[in-house]
Write a protein that binds this ligand. Structure first.
Ligand SMILES: O=C(O)c1ccccc1NCC(=O)[C@H](O)[C@H](O)COP(=O)(O)O
Length: 212
């Protein structure tokens, strides 16, 4: 199983993830987040990060020009649109860079209805938990809402995933919906403080998840 670790704020920690074989490192370009990357890393420093790890930029309702400029300045591989971006917005960004459209799920959501208009304009989806802010809630949504669905596009499973969840992930990976499961996404449950990851929690978790 692939892993994305989101909310990175230091080059040193991103390189540690790269050594562990983590496929995606997420950087939050949303000024209201406690993990806003420009508080600690300038654009050139993000661009300079080498290795196999793919850099993903997370944006919330940002002007398109700002997203595209940041992609160039920071050498981003994918963008994750985590706000209320419209299908047209996603389509414009997708002309330039790969797009992950994030959906914050509530229990009563009709998921297939919610994702329908984005099928042709996003490369991948990400399912996260609805909360007071836009992301990094540390809370799981009920994964059973995905059971039996044909998502029809690779997706990231996100929201409150924690070190103890490897058995839960194994069970989810056995569900038919997991044919489209592309990667999991982890964040606040592996932190010492916002933006600072606990490598002692991540290392064994990454090893275990890679065996699923
Ligand atoms: O993490 C943030 O601070 C954040 C703020 C605004 C938009 C998105 C944000 N995070 C995006 C992510 O991909 C997180 O990994 C995802 O929300 C799951 O976080 P968590 O529940 O803490 O595992």
């Amino acid at each position: 199983m692939r892993i994305k670790v989101c909310g990175m704020t230091s080059a040193e920690q991103v390189l540690q993830l790269d050594e562990m074989g983590v496929e995606f490192g997420g950087f939050i370009f949303y000024p209201k987040s406690p993990r806003y990357v420009f508080r600690s890393m300038p654009r050139a420093e993000i661009k300079k990060i080498r290795g196999q790890i793919n850099k993903v930029g997370v944006f919330v309702n940002a002007p398109i020009e700002e997203v595209l400029q940041t992609v160039d300045d920071c050498g981003l591989y994918l963008v994750q649109l985590h706000g209320d971006e419209t299908p047209r917005y996603c389509e414009k960004v997708a002309d330039y860079v790969g797009v992950i459209k994030a959906f914050r799920l509530r229990e009563d959501d009709n998921i297939l209805w919610k994702i329908k208009d984005y099928q042709d304009v996003a490369d991948m989806f990400l399912f996260d938990t609805e909360g007071a802010g836009y992301g990094g809630t540390g809370k799981k949504f009920d994964w059973s809402v995905l059971k039996g669905l044909n998502i029809g596009k690779p997706f990231f499973l996100s929201g409150g995933i924690q070190p103890e969840d490897t058995d839960l992930l194994k069970s989810f990976a056995a569900e038919p919906v997991a044919k489209d499961l592309f990667s999991i996404d982890v964040n606040s449950r592996f932190e010492i403080s916002p933006g600072v990851k606990d490598m002692n929690k991540l290392r064994p978790f990454v090893t275990a998840v890679k065996q699923i």
